[in-house]
Design a protein around this ligand. Structure first.
Ligand code: AMP
Length: 280
């Protein structure tokens, strides 16, 4: 696997690949790779001639300095995992390489970034859009792969690509979970043993919302789930919302003609986890 740190080197590599008429699949990540990330890379590998991954802990998408400082960065292990899985190239830039100048770009996503993650992490999606746009400009992939675990992020990227008419196909990929249902996340390593034992309740409660949809009102389902999760020691629900899959606006009534999903952000001690389950 080629490991490149500079934008210029990536551009040279990519132009050689393109000159050979080969397709490029791209998986942007912040590292601390787990089976969730690797599933995206495997999919990219299946669909394309060349698979490119990036590892960049993007400071401008963190609104919480402690979260940024504590973000795990096991680069040697990550490189080993990427090599084992057959990734062709890793772009691993420094902050200075990605942002040689201060960033002032502002994106308008309308309602899409005013709810859920956008509401509780102001500026987060602007930071995500800035970095993904830059990475897309550098890597110029044919296809880019995003996990449905970060569902709102996926909708933001789909919207950015269609608004800017970028010639990149966005491929949504399913959420990979532990056997007990906990969605894989780079932040899971920060959970204490006790927190880790409670964490599967998140998926369990979301699944119960799905299984019982229409038996109660939407609001009752949300309130039931919030109070159930808040009863666990050290668990605090920041938001839990049943939303339209396209607009991400909260739904008021069940309507099986429109796809919806239950999304949640919880704190388990200091660790903030998100998850979601598609209802229909
Ligand atoms: P991150 O490193 O957290 O920025 O994630 C990089 C990509 O991996 C994003 O598209 C995430 O949605 C995706 N991802 C993270 N966790 C999972 C998971 N458990 N299952 C599937 N995709 C995931």
């Amino acid at each position: 696997m080629k490991i490149l740190n500079s934008v210029a080197d990536v551009k040279t590599y990519i132009s050689t690949i393109k000159a050979l008429g080969r397709s490029i699949g791209f998986v942007p990540t912040m590292g601390a790779l787990h089976e969730g990330h690797l599933s995206l890379i495997i999919r990219a590998h299946e669909d394309n001639d060349i698979t490119v991954a990036s590892i960049f802990v993007n400071p401008i998408q963190f609104n919480n300095k402690t979260d940024l400082a504590k973000y795990p960065r096991p680069i040697e292990k990550d490189i080993q995992k990427l090599e084992e899985i057959g990734c062709d190239m890793l772009f691993y830039p420094t902050v200075e390489e990605m942002y040689p100048e201060p960033v002032f770009d502002k994106y308008d996503f309308g309602q899409l970034d005013k709810v859920m993650e956008g509401k509780f992490r102001p500026g987060h999606f602007n930071g995500v859009a800035v970095v993904v746009r830059r990475l897309f400009d550098i890597v110029t992939p044919d296809k880019a792969y995003f996990g449905m675990k970060d569902y709102q992020q996926l909708r933001i990227i789909q919207t950015m690509v269609s608004t800017l008419k970028l010639p990149i196909e966005i491929i949504p990929c399913p959420i990979i979970r532990e056997k007990d249902g906990l969605a894989l996340s780079s932040r899971n390593v920060r959970l204490t043993k006790k927190q880790r034992s409670i964490a599967p309740a998140i998926f369990k409660v979301l699944s119960e919302i799905k299984d019982n949809a229409r038996k109660t009102t939407v609001e009752e389902a949300e309130n039931w789930a919030i109070s159930k999760l808040n009863k666990y020691d050290e668990m605090f629900v920041e938001y839990l919302s049943i939303v339209d899959s396209e607009t991400l606006l909260p739904i008021k009534d069940w309507d099986s003609t429109r796809s919806c999903l239950a999304c949640v952000a919880v704190f388990l001690g200091e660790v903030r986890l998100i998850d979601n389950v598609m209802i229909f």
